[in-house]
Write a protein that binds this ligand. Structure first.
Ligand code: TMO
Length: 326
């Protein structure tokens, strides 16, 4: 009986300690940075990790798909996500910010676009591009063996409403979802060398724009209503009869605990800010110049000391050097 009470007391002391522990010694608990499966997101995560480490924090990386990351953030398994793209993630992000399960940690300067994209030579074969109507009329050109007469749109492992859009705009296309994002570039290269028509999922900022000329398909202009109101747009019974946002935001997300327990790192995260050129160049250093993620991050950190140091609040630098003095 006694030992049971003692055990009970002991376990409540332990759980009480584990509850307050992050608050009193957060630098012992690693900050878990969520990494997704495209280059710039991983490089920016590595850069952010190095900035936090310079502030005395421990850092871990948690690879996650976009769809799994929300659960990881909600349960605190991951703490932050450095590239939240409007076109792919606004729905979950907005919902979770609204219900208080994550915190909006601010917006990068970069504007983003994610949509159907084709290399320039396709315009000669399909006059009228970049209008989606031309693409619809040219569907035949994009057939592939096994596609049963339908044009093929190559996409990656990110959830997008492309099938809904194909239905709503009555296009004779199908989505080929490649399990690795990099396989999109393999398909692009294969077609490019033969000047074969191809339409792929692409985004900006990305290295592709520095290497290939091409253009996004212009679908009907995106509005919020297009995603919710069937009456909106050309198709009166189906949603998604529009493109993705053309000038989307790029945000940072954090857990509520991160904001509370890592105040200096949270303030720094809010200040971390990349523009289109920086993001496109960083992804080109990996995907074109073949550095690995860590090398690209290290190089950027070495070349941009004054910039990233300006993101760390002054009082946090002082606190940190004080700690180092001991
Ligand atoms: C989220 N992504 C940049 C792959 O479109």
């Amino acid at each position: 009986m006694v030992s049971r009470i003692r055990l009970f007391l002991l376990s409540s002391v332990i759980s009480a300690l584990s509850l307050i522990a992050p608050a009193i010694s957060h630098s012992q608990e690693p900050i878990k940075i969520i990494t997704n499966n495209w280059t710039s997101q991983v490089v920016l995560s590595e850069i952010t990790g190095r900035i936090f480490q310079s502030m005395g924090a421990k850092v871990d990386f948690l690879p996650s798909s976009i769809s799994d990351q929300w659960g990881a953030l909600a349960y605190g398994v991951g703490h932050i996500q450095i590239e939240v793209w409007e076109g792919t993630m606004s729905e979950q992000f907005n919902r979770m910010v609204a219900d208080g399960s994550i915190v909006d940690a601010g917006t990068h300067t970069a504007t983003t676009r994610e949509d159907w994209w084709y290399p320039k030579y396709v315009e000669e074969l399909c006059p009228g591009l970049p209008s989606w109507k031309a693409l619809k009329a040219c569907a035949d050109l994009f057939k592939r063996p096994g596609s049963e007469g339908e044009g093929v749109y190559f996409s990656g492992p990110w959830e997008k409403p492309d099938e809904a859009r194909i239905r709503a705009l009555e296009m004779n296309f199908r989505v080929k979802t490649l399990s690795k994002g990099d396989d999109i570039w393999v398909e692009l290269e294969k077609s490019y060398s033969k000047k074969q028509p191809i339409v792929i999922f692409n985004w900006s900022p990305n290295w592709v724009e520095s290497r290939y000329s091409g253009a996004f398909v212009e679908f009907p202009q995106h509005t919020a209503a297009c995603e919710t109101d069937p009456e909106w747009g050309l198709n009166k019974t189906l949603i998604y009869d529009c493109g993705n946002p053309k000038s989307g935001w790029l945000k940072k997300a954090a857990t509520v605990n991160f904001k509370q327990n890592y105040q200096c790192e949270f303030e720094t995260l809010k200040n971390i800010n990349f523009n289109n050129h920086q993001i496109a160049s960083l992804s080109a250093r990996v995907d074109v110049d073949k550095l690995n993620f860590q090398e690209a991050a290290e190089e950027w950190i070495n070349n941009n000391h004054s910039l990233w140091k300006s993101w760390i609040p002054q009082n946090c630098i002082d606190k940190n050097s004080h700690q180092e003095a001991f």
